[in-house]
Write a protein that binds this ligand. Sequence first.
Ligand SMILES: [Zn+2]
Length: 421
Amino acid sequence: MKRGTSRDIRTANRYEVLRQIIAESPTSRQELAAATGLSLATVATLVGELLDLGMIIEVGFEDSAGGRPRGLVAVNASGGALIGVDIAETYVHVELFDLALNVLARAEEDMRPGESRPEQVVGHVAAAVGSVVAQAGVEGARVLGVGVSVPGQVDRDTGVAEYAPNWDWHDVPLLDLLTEHIAYPLHLDNPLRACAVAELWFGAARGRGDAVVVNLGTGVGAGLVLGGGLHRGVSNSAGEWGHTTLVLDGRLCHCGNHGCVETYVGAPGIMLNLRELSPGSALLHPEDQTATVDALARGVAAGDPVAVKVVRDTARYLGAGIADLVNLLNPEVVVLSSWVAATLGEPLLAEVREAMARHALRRPLTATEIVLSPIPTDPVCLGAATFALEGALRPVGPQRKKAQPVRRTTTPARSRTAPPS
Ligand SMILES: [Zn+2]
């Protein structure tokens, strides 16, 4: 594990002060000191640096009770642009934000089944990034960076997608491949982290110390906010709850194990729940997860008993899995995020609440609220953009480490990327 240098701490403090200014503009140095726990002198220095960078501006004064008027600062929305990229199994979403993290442009590319070779994915990302920059009409020089979220385990330092079970990717040097098409600074992480940060800054985890952001898409995982900050684990791999065992000797998972949570509540798992219940159902769109989940949502709304049963069955698995997280982590809030949660919405949430109540211990359960993500845009793009912002605040120094050449072998090159046996 890397030890924090004084430069890392300075960058982290700068980021924390800017995060507070973005969340609470306009604000004073005194309020920033109170919110961050930093000294007023440190805050004043950091605010000066952010003013020099053009990321924030002075916006006047407020009266303080009896004392000298306090100078107010606010984020300089036009002081730069950030791009967030959400690479999922079935689509690529890209959004371009101003510095206040308002969306200025978005682009979407669909990925058909089987279209998951790295060069195909890179092509979609490059096209969509070009599209948002053109739509927003921003000069390239104003783009401070691009945050890229890709499913699975990633090495943030080298920009390598180490292991994406749904695509069978092993050690793909994704950022090096993207660098051939995209000239802006690139920063890699995964959707669990991106969703968690989005909720922490703008969503249901705002102001909460401990939160779990359950990401329900093709893949499944849990972004963890512990003690007010993002929890990454020692190798940036925390939150792989989708690959914890829910059913002993259960369904085969892409990771090589059996009975993983993901195989029951991820979109392909939900399709299997439907197929097992009603093999010939008109709700089932073979090979099309999005169409099937959409059909289930419409079916529930129309009172279709098969759709209602599938959502209930899915919620039973999900509720049992989330109860484990509640017993283990005792969070203030559990947020259901990503496209499956957004599509199935309140009916899924109501069933999950009931199932959780059957499995979680009463005391932690009563302390936990469970909600749908309130973020109206793609939370993964938003979170990915914050990674670009964090990267832009790093002092100029060594660039991203060059990814090691990929050994094209049939077995994973490094043991830590191998599927669990
Ligand atoms: Zn698995």
